[in-house]
Design a protein around this ligand. Structure first.
Ligand code: KIV
Length: 271
């Protein structure tokens, strides 16, 4: 089957087309120009400058110390390496606490080369999403295990396990889409819940520890290359370097496995 990989650069409106046409989206984090070039040339659709950079690049225990300037620095480096992938940048901790702060941060990130910003949560963030979207800033929402809420959660734990939490997440997912988000990352939620949320929405869902029922998948670059970052390795992580034999080969193996539905399997998902 022909994929977007062989054709034109990704755009934000093309995300909904992909969902409608049943084409799975392959997303990877990147933080520098060289890795971004390899990812872009080997079939990655969406590149995320994640605030995970606080943990895998800067050596922190959480994403909380990451600043907008940090994300903008890495966004500039990555943007110069892309021809085809859509570039999404994280709004780091509390940079989206108010609509005005989120707008300032998003302007900085779009001017650095991002084409969409990602923010965590629903609740008061719905107003932030609406405010940004009304100002032509495309938004990716992020629900489930939202790492910026690690202090509230008391650790990095699977979310939506009981009935009430699952119902809340399902309602939040509908609410972020109604507020105007055009993509939704679901992190560490049971497969059945992520599958139900994916069926509820017309925007694509991207899973990480959310099972095979999402419209696409994302992994953190260092996890996908089997690099020891000093943090606990979550269940959903798979080392594609072992399979691919080279970094370019790992990217191709990951992209192929996401597109053909063989990753993630039950071993890399939560029941
Ligand atoms: O910061 C990040 O890399 C992320 C992904 C794990 C989705 O948010």
């Amino acid at each position: 089957m022909s994929t977007h990989a062989e054709s034109k650069p990704w755009t934000v409106p093309a995300l909904a087309d992909a969902k409608r046409e049943g084409r799975r989206l392959v997303m990877l984090t990147a933080y520098d120009n060289s890795f971004a070039r390899v990812a872009d040339a080997n079939g990655i659709d969406l590149i995320l400058i994640g605030d995970s950079l606080g943990m895998v690049v800067q050596g922190h225990d959480s994403t909380l110390p990451v600043t907008v300037d940090d994300i903008a620095y890495h966004t500039r480096a990555v943007a110069r390496g892309l021809n085809r992938a859509l570039l999404i940048a994280d709004l780091p901790f509390q940079s989206d606490a108010t609509p005005e702060r989120a707008l300032d941060a998003s302007i900085q990130l779009l001017q650095a080369g991002a084409e969409m910003v990602k923010l965590e949560g629903a609740g008061h963030k719905l107003e932030v999403i609406r405010f940004l979207v009304e100002r032509d800033i495309p938004v990716c929402a992020h629900l489930g295990l939202t790492p910026q809420s690690v202090l509230k959660f008391g650790g990095y734990k699977v979310q939506g396990r009981d009935e009430a939490a699952a119902a809340r997440l399902r309602a939040d997912a509908k609410a972020v889409a109604e507020a105007g988000a055009q993509l939704l990352v679901l992190e560490c939620v049971p497969t059945s819940l992520a599958t139900a949320i994916t069926a509820d929405l017309s925007i694509p869902t991207i899973g990480i520890g959310a099972g095979p029922g999402c419209d696409g998948q994302v992994l953190v670059l260092h996890d996908f290359l089997g690099i020891d970052t000093g943090h606990r390795k979550p269940k959903f992580v798979k080392d594609f370097l072992a399979e691919g034999g080279s970094i370019a080969g790992a990217v191709r193996a990951y992209a192929q496995a996401v597109r053909d539905g063989s990753f993630p399997d039950a071993e890399h998902s939560y029941a």
